[in-house]
Design a protein around this ligand. Structure first.
Ligand code: MTE
Ligand code: MO
Length: 415
């Protein structure tokens, strides 16, 4: 299948013909969208075997559920480049009728509506958004709240994900703040609601609606994005328009966003409460197996780092220099330091940080390493951001399996 807009004009708006070029096959696939099984892979925890499945515009990805599509990026992709390729970027939807069918996404049909407590309600096509508002770019990590949930002990309900529900992309779009200013938020607006075109199969299932406080929604960093890594968004990542909220968990990054509504009062929707809440505690953690007394909506990313090379289980020869490589990120303060240990965390050495693609991006780090003794060796990385926030050595626990950020040991075989 063609990418949407493989021949798109540089302004990101697709012509009707370009849209039809990719959407025909997508529309045919939609009624029974489940991808084509390629092979299987096994994530490193109990019941971790998953099919690798090929979806439209995607290379084979690790499938967690077929309907709605939940696809995870194979971890080796994070060793290939700092920007996660569009065809390898993870996919998460909640509702059965997702992604929305291509006919709803046609350039002459899709509209973004802005209404509620505003002085001037708007209804705009993507081309009109691009024509009326300045476009800007930002490189930012998108990570699901439940990334790495499969490693929780004791285990928790929810998608048993490895580390592949994250990715870093260059997003291009118009500023949400500019659009909200054009609509004119009324002073009584206390929350802004965001809804996409995906819908539940049953009326009893709550629609996926998320809210932001006006202060955050008016921050110049938030985008209504129409491009990802220089191309129109893939269908499964929100084509033709999605919200980008650098530094915040993916749950707020509404895809196929079609309705923005300013309200007074507090939205009571399921996906804000009880959905996507964390213990009201500085570490978002409680004693394993217990229930939190108070919860708050999940918000900003914590600090994480990963070793992407060598991969777990790699055989390495004593006395041979290898370059250990990995990535680190936080919620936008920026990574200050990554430390590396080859003895299970007793001694640490500073790794070298690569070029920064911006404070919200994956930051590459490397360190030369020459193993000196044979056997199973445990490698570790630990990042600290510019606020001094770092990663715990032991995992923290909460009942939804959110925000895992402990040091992730990688065992290699030195021969
Ligand atoms: N319309 C819509 N947008 C959505 C969701 C959804 O179910 N529907 N899921 C959210 C969640 S929880 C995540 S983690 C991100 C995932 O973005 P991706 O599929 O592009 O990786 O989308 C968010 N936006
Ligand atoms: Mo998510």
């Amino acid at each position: 299948m063609n990418r949407p807009g493989s021949n798109a004009r540089n302004d990101g708006a697709l012509t009707r013909r370009q849209f039809l070029a990719w959407s025909g096959a997508a529309a045919a696939a939609w009624p029974a969208l489940r991808g084509a099984d390629a092979s299987t892979t096994t994530l490193p925890f109990a019941n971790g075997t998953r099919p690798l499945v090929k979806y439209p515009q995607k290379r084979p990805l690790i499938r967690l559920t077929a309907r709605p599509p939940q696809l995870e990026t194979p971890f080796s992709v994070f060793n290939e480049s700092l920007l996660t390729p569009n065809d390898a970027f993870f996919v998460r939807y909640h509702l059965t009728n997702a992604p929305p069918p291509p006919e709803l996404l046609q350039p002459d049909r899709f509209r973004l509506g802005v209404g509620g407590k505003v002085t001037t309600p708007l209804s705009l096509s993507v081309a009109e958004l691009i024509a009326k508002f300045e476009s800007v770019e930002t490189v930012a990590v998108l990570q699901c709240s439940g990334n790495s949930r499969g490693f929780f002990e004791p285990r928790v309900a929810g998608g048993q994900l490895g580390h592949g529900a994250m990715g870093c992309a260059r997003w291009k779009g118009v500023r949400l703040a500019d659009v909200l200013k054009a609509a004119g938020l009324k002073p009584e607006a206390t929350q802004i609601l965001f809804n996409g075109l995906d819908t539940p199969a049953l009326p009893a299932t709550p629609d996926f609606v998320k809210t932001l406080e006006p202060d955050l929604a008016l921050s110049p960093e938030l985008l209504l994005a129409y491009e990802m890594n220089g191309e129109p968004l893939p269908w499964l990542n929100g084509f033709p328009l999605r919200l980008v909220i650098p530094g915040y968990y993916g749950t707020y990054w509404i895809k196929q966003v079609s309705e923005i509504t300013a309200i007074d009062g507090e939205f009571k929707g399921f996906w804000m409460n009880p959905g996507y809440r964390i213990p009201d505690d500085p570490c978002a953690a409680i004693a394993p197996g217990t229930t939190p007394k108070r919860t708050v909506p999940i918000s900003r990313l914590n600090v994480r780092s990963f070793i992407t090379s060598p991969a777990a289980g790699t055989a390495i020869r004593t006395g041979t220099e290898t370059r250990v490589r990995g990535i680190a990120f936080d919620d936008g303060h920026g990574i200050r330091e990554v430390l590396f240990s080859d003895d299970g965390g007793r001694r640490w050495q500073a790794a070298e940080l690569g070029t920064s693609l911006g404070n919200y991006a994956f930051r590459e780090w490397t360190i030369p390493w020459t193993p000196s003794r044979a056997g199973t060796v445990t490698l570790m990385a630990r990042a600290t951001n510019r606020l001094g926030q770092s990663q715990p050595m032991e995992p923290l626990w909460n009942p939804s399996g959110y925000m895992r950020n402990c040091v992730e040991p990688v065992e290699v075989n030195v021969t």
